[in-house]
Design a protein around this ligand. Structure first.
Ligand SMILES: NC(=O)c1ccc[n+]([C@@H]2O[C@H](COP(=O)([O-])OP(=O)(O)OC[C@H]3O[C@@H](n4cnc5c(N)ncnc54)[C@H](O)[C@@H]3O)[C@@H](O)[C@H]2O)c1
Length: 247
């Protein structure tokens, strides 16, 4: 527990599970008052839970308005909600020649348009106060990825580009933006977390730290990125993958 974020109001999307839920906990542990936004309900501790579909502008706008009314002006935004269609029995992301337009569109709508809408409606108070911090959850998949993830890796490459554009655009207004790029993390979204036996061992072999990431490994990095300790970090894409993508 620290007081690094005392007095700040934060919003985290995709907060009902995995990385978002861990980030809510990390921000609260550092003293922030945190609103958890998600399309799914959750009992995970937060100062306020607001149902929100990040792919729908009216939903994002209404959710952020409610945060302002109940918690006050927003200082920190973590646009984290994401989907990855790669599980058994689910729609499959894919090589381009097999990828259904519906899967492509939904992936881009949540991962990329969702980040844009969250930032669009989350920046207002920061602009007025000329101070704030934004973190977007990208992925190591935004820079390099295996096969069968065309929509996901395209969306995450877009998120990295968005973080850089925002950093340039809003840096002069005192608002820092960075992306966090997790490697495999133990959440329902991760293919690796769902694998077992030899397949899992092969994954682990490819990670110098020889373990899958835990949601809190990412949450604590986000808490650092939005803190004053990271006051000169702007436009960076911070890879948190146990060394998996070291060339
Ligand atoms: N787990 C990994 O290995 C990994 C690796 C790299 C990046 N990421 C990214 O981290 C972020 C969080 O994923 P996670 O691993 O915690 O997965 P998760 O499935 O545990 O959590 C994702 C959350 O996003 C929510 N969500 C989905 N669609 C939404 C929508 N339209 N509006 C609002 N909320 C929505 C879900 O309900 C869920 O609570 C995602 O952007 C994901 O792409 C995850």
């Amino acid at each position: 527990m620290t007081t690094a974020l005392a007095g700040r109001v934060a919003v985290v999307t995709g907060a009902a599970s995995g990385i978002g839920s861990a980030t809510v906990a990390a921000l609260r542990a550092d003293g922030a008052v945190v609103a958890a936004l998600d399309i799914a309900a959750t009992d995970a501790p937060a100062d306020l839970f607001v149902p929100c579909d990040v792919a729908e502008e009216a939903s994002v706008q209404a959710a952020l308005q409610r945060v302002r009314e109940e918690l006050g002006p927003i200082d920190i935004v973590h646009a984290n909600a994401g989907v990855c269609f790669n599980g058994e029995g689910e729609a499959q992301d894919g090589p381009a020649h097999e990828l259904e337009l519906e899967v492509w569109s939904r992936t881009l709508a949540v991962n990329l348009t969702g980040a844009y809408l969250t930032v669009k409606h989350g920046l207002r108070d920061m602009l007025e106060r000329r101070s704030g911090a934004v973190v977007l959850t990208a992925s190591v998949g935004g820079a390099s990825f295996g096969t069968r993830h065309l929509a996901y890796s395209s969306s995450k490459a877009g998120v990295v580009g968005m973080a850089r554009s925002l950093a340039r655009e809003y840096g002069p207004a005192g608002i820092r933006t960075n992306a966090v790029c997790p490697g495999p993390v133990r959440t329902p979204l991760s293919v690796m977390a769902r694998s077992s036996g030899e397949e899992y061992d092969e994954w682990i072999e490819g990670i110098p730290l020889r373990r899958i990431g835990e949601p809190d490994d990412i949450g604590r990095v986000v808490a650092f990125l939005v803190s004053d300790a990271a006051g000169y970090l702007n436009g960076a894409s911070i890879v948190v993958d146990g060394g998996m993508t070291i060339a």
